[in-house]
Write a protein that binds this ligand. Sequence first.
Ligand SMILES: Nc1ncnc2c1ncn2[C@@H]1O[C@H](COP(=O)(O)OP(=O)(O)OP(=O)(O)O)[C@@H](O)[C@H]1O
Ligand SMILES: Nc1ncnc2c1ncn2[C@@H]1O[C@H](COP(=O)(O)OP(=O)(O)OP(=O)(O)O)[C@@H](O)[C@H]1O
Ligand SMILES: [Mg+2]
Ligand SMILES: [Mg+2]
Lengths: 252, 252
Amino acid sequence: MIIAIANQKGGVAKTTSAIALAGLLAEEATCLAIDLDAQGNLTTGLGVELKPEQPTACDVMLGDAPLPKAITSTNWNVDLLPGDFSLTRAEEALLKQANPERLYRLKQALKPHLKQYEYVVIDCPPRLGLLTLNAFATVDWLLIPVQCQFFALKGLQNMTKTIDTVQQRLNPQLRVLGVLPTMAEMNTTLTQDIMKQLRSQFDDLHIFDPVPKSVRFPESNMAGKPIHHHTREWRLVQPYHNVVRKITLLEP
Amino acid sequence: MIIAIANQKGGVAKTTSAIALAGLLAEEATCLAIDLDAQGNLTTGLGVELKPEQPTACDVMLGDAPLPKAITSTNWNVDLLPGDFSLTRAEEALLKQANPERLYRLKQALKPHLKQYEYVVIDCPPRLGLLTLNAFATVDWLLIPVQCQFFALKGLQNMTKTIDTVQQRLNPQLRVLGVLPTMAEMNTTLTQDIMKQLRSQFDDLHIFDPVPKSVRFPESNMAGKPIHHHTREWRLVQPYHNVVRKITLLEP
Ligand SMILES: Nc1ncnc2c1ncn2[C@@H]1O[C@H](COP(=O)(O)OP(=O)(O)OP(=O)(O)O)[C@@H](O)[C@H]1O
Ligand SMILES: Nc1ncnc2c1ncn2[C@@H]1O[C@H](COP(=O)(O)OP(=O)(O)OP(=O)(O)O)[C@@H](O)[C@H]1O
Ligand SMILES: [Mg+2]
Ligand SMILES: [Mg+2]
């Protein structure tokens, strides 16, 4: 089962969510995490330092390296297809190829190796460009993290328009796993307002229980650890555990 | 004087900073704000709702509308070149043109009208793509907001590499106004750690006093107001006032 974590709004906890979910899924199953963002935050957030000659997601998408050569292990039983600054090059190279096949590069590269992994989690860059569309063409499910703030809520409207087009033209199997409110401060009226608007404007989408705002998350990023390895506080892990439970129940 | 607000890391307060600065600059001078992000957050954050036929930054960059036709006024004495989802189309259209002139589209479009404005503030998308490079080719100064967190700090290293290349190949006049730490929680060790690392790793850049984290900022975004119109709390406005003071002192 392949899941993309995407939202073109920046800083909504896409990467933090991808790390948390891959870490939890890897407790009971085989899991591959894929970093499609040129910032390489999923890679550093899982505690991986790239060696100079290490092939990355860019090489795999451009066909310069087979997937098994680029995959690296982490300390958390999660395999990783790392990403770095070279992904900026991948997007430009793909854009120059005018043919529609450029949207299926990731899918083609993954296909022969999927049997090895029960779960694949893909972290997307903050933009609905070719790399994210490659992810949308590849996955079964899409999780949309949304910060409990005005700009992030507004971005969700654009996102749902794009998903409709993707389902019609690119990947009819793509379904939305749900919207995950993040960095929620339930004691502020702003968060309460936004949660209310989310539930009313997007009543056709599943809205997960929010992830509380806590400094433990940035700390865990800095430490290169999934959240449940960094803290015992169940209230911080539980929202991600809820997502995993839904994923495991859906398993075809 | 033209200033770009950029950082490929998402959610670091680029847009919130652009709104705050444009709002303050407009108190004593003529100011144009430009929204180069397909999310259109600068546009909604200044309280502007686009009318259906309204030309945007996309039309101006592709030469489909002259700048004066696309400019709209706001309630804050700031003129705005609005942005919306069509900017995704602009980036793809520019990428298809292989010639280097595609990096100077914004500069060409602005040139005849610059005399009207003492200050121009450009909000960039969370990516170092063609739209942001167009901004870099156009501006005198670059302000880099950085959230006081690990991922944002890591992103700054890539950013400075890009700036070197831009200064050599695209715009030798481009200078860095400084780094603006945002959403700072000075009572947490994480923020203190990050501030220490910023000052030691980037000792050649000017590091402004940090903007405190406060729910007043997301509230002001939702209200479509610059921060100093939304709150009287000087501790929230002062860091932006410091940036404006540096800008006005630099005025050629
Ligand atoms: N629940 C949370 N509470 C507090 N901080 C959080 C939480 N989740 C994530 N963060 C922090 O917020 C920042 C943004 O999160 P993250 O980088 O994961 O977002 P993103 O959507 O992947 O950003 P980008 O758009 O740049 O890819 C990070 O510094 C992260 O540590
Ligand atoms: N000082 C602050 N304190 C608290 N929240 C803030 C502060 N500055 C900005 N924010 C909030 O953080 C979120 C991210 O800010 P903003 O959207 O301005 O960042 P951005 O860098 O423009 O994001 P993107 O990468 O998507 O363009 C917004 O919801 C904003 O309201
Ligand atoms: Mg990310
Ligand atoms: Mg923005």
